[in-house]
Design a protein around this ligand. Structure first.
Ligand code: AMP
Ligand code: ZN
Length: 510
């Protein structure tokens, strides 16, 4: 079987390349999933939907895909959240994994082949770190911390296309660092009191962030994988480090054949991110609007272009979906009509519509194959819908056998050519249209100034702040200045400034 030739923009080469998997007909696909310490926002949802888009498309063109998506279920933010919510880190991770999965289900994400977590891959992680130490790519520092030595990996920087010197200039060098090179990164860190930890040859501790993806990818997909996806913020350092780790362990190059990265979702041109506090949660979006509106809004723009979230983008998504479903409703009606008679003029008009269907089908196919150009594919569908509406407006064009065939073909294009890839257009039109009415009615109050301000600038509760401040004081008393500093910065990123005075620590909202 020959598979559809697909072009992808590979971050590694910076160019569009034709996809050629290591094993014909099979495709291994890894996507970096969320850190589970809270509800995801619609920027995270964009990233998850882009992975879903690739997964659906690879399958549609005939690949047998093994798709792995991970949950980062142990990390500083999860531990801190545990302090705030009086839960164990593992309870925090479990709680928010469930919440994220609810959102993913409403947004219509297909289930990956494997959903993995860090805490179930500790053994694999330890084996990889051991290999890196043996190969001279990692070293054990004081206190049982293990660091990756980037000077042992001559091609470091190849994904982000940066020179090591420039990378060093861009990072903050810690004074107390045990690093031989400022870019060296942690593979294993000793646990502090009360933190989740596992035994290892170096210390009782836990893995650094980057090693998890190398371990999970090799466990489920092998040493070399075909396509790896993530948001563009992950190119450096996360994916650069994944390459350094995986290639050092296996001795095989490349770890990943094609790296694909989606652009950000922004709010007033600023990246939507928890640390900036400008988030609109996926939960809120999905409850107030719908899974389809989310899919349309987040997938109708090319995955490598930025989306600035606003009232207008929601309205555009609604209008576009409405046009699709109104045409679908007409097509369903036409298809189901009972009395059909031939008409020569109608035959000829629908004949040319059939040719347009074929053209649209080809354009949709071409656009998807050309670096997943969803916007181009949708443009082809809308041009077909316009012609359908025009043809249908002719009084003699209805209730003919060729009209019935045309209606069937339009529905097929909507549901299969477009719908199976984008995951839209497959609902019963009456239901979808009714739902748009509900959404439209509530749009204006959702985007009212005061509401937006309140929602987008959600504040930490005073109780949570007090707990974090106490945790910071405890860390300082234990001379754990890194943790104290982390807590201060984390609070700051959530809009809370703290000040130390001889009488104690005070705080204020930014
Ligand atoms: P995190 O939970 O921060 O590790 O993020 C999970 C995924 O969401 C990663 O692939 C990120 O690159 C992606 N991501 C985070 N913020 C945004 C954003 N504003 N727009 C698009 N993707 C994002
Ligand atoms: Zn990752």
């Amino acid at each position: 079987m020959t598979l559809r030739a697909i072009q992808l923009t590979n971050t590694l080469s910076g160019k569009k390349e034709e996809l050629k998997t290591s094993q014909p007909g099979k495709l291994t696909f890894y996507s970096c999933g969320p850190t589970v310490y809270g509800l995801i926002h619609i920027g995270n949802l964009r990233s998850a939907l882009v992975a879903d888009l690739f997964f659906r498309y690879f399958q549609r063109v005939g690949y047998e895909v093994i798709y792995v998506r991970n949950y980062t279920d142990v990390d500083d933010k999860i531990i801190l959240k545990g302090h705030e919510e009086n839960l164990l880190a593992s309870e925090v991770a479990k709680k928010y994994t469930l919440e994220v999965e609810k959102d993913f289900a409403v947004a219509g994400l297909l289930e990956p082949t494997h959903k993995t977590t860090v805490t179930t891959h500790i053994e694999e992680i330890i084996v990889l770190i051991q290999k890196m130490i043996e190969h001279g790519n990692a070293y054990v520092a004081d206190g049982g911390e293990v660091l990756y030595s980037i000077s042992s990996f001559p091609t470091y920087g190849k994904l982000s296309h940066k020179r090591i010197d420039d990378l060093i200039a861009g990072i903050r060098v810690e004074v107390t660092s045990k690093k031989r090179n400022p870019l060296d990164f942690t593979l294993w860190k000793p646990a502090k009191l009360g933190e989740p930890s596992w035994d290892s040859p170096w210390s009782k501790g836990r893995p650094g962030w980057h090693i998890e993806c190398s371990a999970m990818a090799s466990r489920w997909l092998g040493d070399q994988i075909d396509v790896h996806h993530g948001g563009e913020d992950l190119i450096f350092p996360h994916h650069e480090n994944e390459i350094a780790q995986s290639e050092a362990c296996s001795g095989k190059e490349p770890f990943v054949k094609y790296w694909v990265h989606n652009a950000f979702l922004t709010l007033s041109k600023e990246k939507m991110s928890k640390s900036l506090g400008n988030v609109f949660t996926a939960r809120e979006f999905l409850t107030r609007f719908s899974g389809e509106v989310a899919r349309y809004l987040l997938l109708s723009v090319h995955y490598r272009s930025m989306i600035d979230f606003s009232l207008e983008t929601v309205e555009q998504a609604l209008n576009a979906l409405q046009r699709i479903y109104e045409a679908k409703a007409r097509a369903v009606e036409l298809k189901n009509q009972s009395r059909v008679r031939s008409d020569l003029r109608a035959e000829s008009m629908w004949g040319s519509f059939a040719a347009s269907c074929e053209k649209a089908r080809m354009e949709i196919d071409e656009n998807f194959a050309h670096d997943m150009n969803t916007a181009g594919a949708l443009a082809a569908l809308f041009s077909l819908i316009r012609e359908f509406n025009r043809t249908l407006a002719e009084p003699f064009a209805q209730a003919t056998p060729s009209a019935v065939l045309a209606a069937q073909e339009l529905i097929r294009i909507m549901e299969e050519e477009m719908g199976s890839v984008l995951g839209i257009g497959r609902l019963v039109p009456e239901n979808a249209l009714k739902d748009f009415g509900r959404i439209r009615a509530s749009l204006s109050d959702i985007f009212q100034d005061s509401y937006v301000k309140e929602k987008f600038r959600e504040r930490l509760s005073e109780n949570a702040i007090q707990i974090a401040i106490e945790a910071r004081i405890a860390a300082r008393n234990a001379k754990d200045f890194a943790k104290a500093d982390f807590i201060r910065k984390d609070l700051e990123s959530q809009g809370v400034l703290i000040q130390d005075a001889p009488t104690g620590t005070t705080w204020q909202y930014k």
